[in-house]
Write a protein that binds this ligand. Structure first.
Ligand code: CP
Ligand code: NVA
Length: 316
């Protein structure tokens, strides 16, 4: 069992974005995740979610996020219920506020994956139970925690390291990485065409976090910015819901593909490659880099489960 002081400060809290958490709190989630991973490696079983229920509300598809929540919760004795938009009304025939109040009467917590960050906020405001953002158009915080865990495993610690995100700098993954890196003192560089630079709002949000942690946040369109990076990170060029923009993105982002030449530009032989997955090999990353010795994508995917379990252990 986790010692009570470890999880008490988080009880009942939602995770909508890491902007709502202090660096110390994020560090404690990472500590719980390391503990959950060690337990899993030792083959230990626990029943810390016995008698609890989790609503898994999905408006978009998922492999890693759904499976992480569902297995992490179920193997600890909890009862997860998968609800796609084919199953429930969410903002169509029933308002999000009303659905939230019903789910809050029946479930211990809610995971939401969808389009609107506002929907995640409304679920949290009206349900009265913790809501976990499993990806919206704006943020993907559970992914970012697994990414930091993976960085820590690769380098011993993440603060002071440089992560360069190459691709659609406006997307949910880039935005969440910017927040968590700014909070934790990880230098974060977005390398993308100007048309896909992160919005001013996210940069303004992160500026005070970065000032406090001494993280350097850089945005630019010059590939030379990857110099000194300890990690090259990329994501699909067109996120879920943007399928109609695929051709436009391919034209804009082709020069930003993560390939051996870009890895070499970091000047760091131990630079690792990360990707939230799913990946489209041949687009945002070459097959060689994806399958190469510097790739950490499977550790990163596995860490989704341990970090998601940690988030639920801490908040339930
Ligand atoms: N990285 C991630 O969120 O994967 P899924 O879309 O498969 O959940
Ligand atoms: N940016 C991607 C992440 C998938 C995990 C998307 O939103 O589709």
């Amino acid at each position: 069992m986790l010692p009570e002081p470890f999880n008490a400060p988080f009880k009942g809290r939602s995770l909508l974005t890491w902007a709502d958490y202090s660096p110390e709190e994020i560090g404690r989630f990472l500590g719980i995740a390391r503990q959950a991973k060690a337990e899993s490696r030792r083959g230990e079983t626990h029943a810390r979610f016995l008698g609890k229920t989790l609503a898994l509300v999905f408006e978009k598809r998922s492999t890693r996020t759904r499976c992480s929540f569902e297995t992490a919760f179920g193997e600890e004795g909890g009862h997860p219920v998968f609800l796609s938009t084919d199953d429930i009304q969410l903002g169509t025939k029933e308002s999000v506020e009303d659905t939230a109040r019903v789910l809050g009467r029946m479930f211990s917590a809610i995971q939401f994956r969808g389009f609107s960050q506002k929907h995640a906020e409304t679920l949290a405001a009206y349900s009265g139970v913790p809501v976990y953002n499993g990806l919206t158009d704006s943020f993907h915080p559970t992914q970012a925690l697994a990414d930091v865990m993976t960085l820590e495993e690769a380098f011993g610690s993440a603060a002071g390291r440089k992560l360069a995100f190459c691709g659609d700098g406006r997307n949910n993954v880039a935005r969440s990485l910017m927040v968590i890196c700014a909070k934790l003192g990880i230098h974060f560089t977005v390398v993308s065409p100007k048309a896909l630079f992160p919005d001013g709002d996210i940069r303004a949000l992160c500026a005070p976090f970065a000032a406090a942690s001494k993280a350097e946040i850089t945005v630019g369109d010059d590939l030379a910015l990857v110099k000194g990076a300890d990690c090259l990170y990329t994501d699909v060029w067109a996120s879920m819901g943007e399928e109609s923009r695929k051709a436009e993105r391919q034209a804009l982002l082709a020069p930003y593909q993560v390939n051996e030449a870009l890895l070499a530009k970091t000047g760091k032989p131990d630079c690792i490659f990360m990707h939230c997955l799913p990946a489209i090999k041949g687009e945002e990353v070459t097959h060689d880099v994806f399958e190469g010795t510097q790739s950490r994508v499977w550790d990163e995917a596995e860490n989704r489960k341990h970090t998601i379990k940690a988030i639920m252990l801490a908040t339930l």
